[in-house]
Structures are given as C-alpha cells and as structure tokens.
Design a protein around this ligand. Structure first.
Ligand code: AMP
Length: 220
C-alpha cells in the first residue's frame, strides 16, 4: 500500500496539496489535526484538554494522536494507499510509526514542502475554510482566493477562520515545528525516503512537482 507523508511548516499548504493528491491518485487523506478537531466534539474532559493544547499551538501528546491514527488506519480498505498530513510531528512519533510501516510493508515516500517564515506569516492571516464542505481558501494566494469575498465557491456557505490561525498561535506553532518537526527532515533523509519541493510557487505548480515525485514512486 502506498503511503505518502507530507511534512511542512504550518500554513505551507499541506492540506490543499493532500486533497488534490488524494483525488488524483485515489488515496485516503488522513490529517491528524482533523482527527483531533473531530474528537473535540465529544465535549468530555479529554476533549477540553485537547482543545486547550491545540489553541495554545503546542503538540497534543503522542499517545492520544497515535491512538486516533492507528484506529483510523485499522479501518482503511479498498484504497491504493493514504496520505498523512500533520503526522509524524516529532521523532518519537516517526519511530513508532516506522514500526508500523515495516510491519505492514507500506511503500513510504516523504515529501517536504519548504516555505520560508516570512511567506508563512502572510499566508496564515489570509486562510479561511468552509465548515459545510471543507473547501479551503486563502485571500493572499491567487489560485486560492474565493470568487466572492468570504463565501465558499462550491456551496455558498460563509467562510470561517480556524481558531488557531492568528499571529500569536502561529508563532507558537512555528516554534514547535522548528523544535519538534524540523529534525524529521534529516531523520527521513537518512533512511532515503525524503523528497523536497519548494512551496513558494502556485498551488498547481507545487502539485505538478509533487505528482512527478509520486509518479516516479508509482512506477517503481
Ligand atoms: P494541523 O491541523 O495539522 O495544523 O494541527 C493543528 C493542531 O493539532 C496542532 O497545532 C497540534 O496542536 C495538533 N496536532 C495535529 N497533529 C498532531 C500530531 N501529529 N502530534 C501532536 N499534535 C498534533
């Protein structure tokens, strides 16, 4: 089974690329951020704790994330494979996950989308998404602007912002990324599964570059 991992700083466009890639290659999109956000609907003491951690920009504990992820992977069927978006976020998660990759013989490729900090700071403020159909937008990126300001192109619902898309939380998320997630680049490079693309181009250019890498992997 194909397994693509997308690694990128917050607001680099991982989620947008993941959705495009899933449609093209018939892969399942698994975002640990989305899994956590759905778990928040339970309204119990655990979900209140997760909510507090997420809005502080820090990482949720490895136990909770791995539990949600492994649960989701167990239920996968009838697919060419899956894309992990937002996981792993640190070396411990990567090591535990590699045990699973080896056990199930997943065909692993890691794509690192590299975007400099000044570009991210601008993008974070422009992000919005549709709560109804999940489509995401960015008013500062030409090919992601909604046709009508604040309204979803697909279903006409009013767009909203993610609670953690503000300057203060972004800075904490970015610090966590540099401290915890960035070391994964070297970790995956050392096991020869890393591919890097620049995330400063347009959505479709980045998509073409990632597709070329995956096509290489599908033809292996
Ligand atoms: P994301 O949607 O990937 O930007 O994630 C939003 C927030 O969810 C992060 O800032 C973390 O608090 C939490 N989160 C998502 N994925 C993970 C993960 N793999 N490990 C720990 N925390 C995570």
């Amino acid at each position: 089974m194909k397994n693509i991992i997308l690694i990128a700083p917050p607001a680099a466009g991982k989620g947008t690329q993941a959705k495009l890639l899933c449609d093209k290659y018939n892969l399942v999109h698994i975002s640990t951020g989305d899994l956590l956000r759905s778990a928040l609907n339970n309204n119990d003491s655990l979900s209140l704790k997760i909510k507090e951690i997420m809005s502080s920009g820090k990482l949720v504990s490895d136990d909770i994330v791995l539990d949600l992820l492994f649960n989701k992977l167990e239920k996968l069927e009838n697919t060419n494979g899956f894309i992990l978006d937002g996981f792993p976020r640190n070396i411990n998660q990567a090591k535990l996950y590699l045990d699973l990759v080896n056990k199930f013989n997943y065909d692993l490729k890691v794509i690192y989308i590299n975007v400099p900090l000044n570009v991210l700071q601008n993008r974070i403020l422009g992000r919005s998404f549709c709560l109804n159909c999940g489509n995401s937008y960015n008013e500062f990126i030409d090919d992601l602007k909604p046709k009508v300001d604040g309204v979803c192109d697909k279903c006409g619902t009013t767009l909203i912002k993610r609670e953690d898309d503000n300057v203060q939380t972004f800075e904490k998320r970015y610090d966590e990324y540099i401290k915890e997630t960035y070391p994964l680049i070297e970790f995956f490079d050392n096991i020869n599964v890393l591919n890097e693309v620049s995330g400063e181009d347009t959505v479709s250019e980045i998509f073409s570059k990632i597709s070329a890498i995956i096509d290489g992997c599908l033809n292996d």
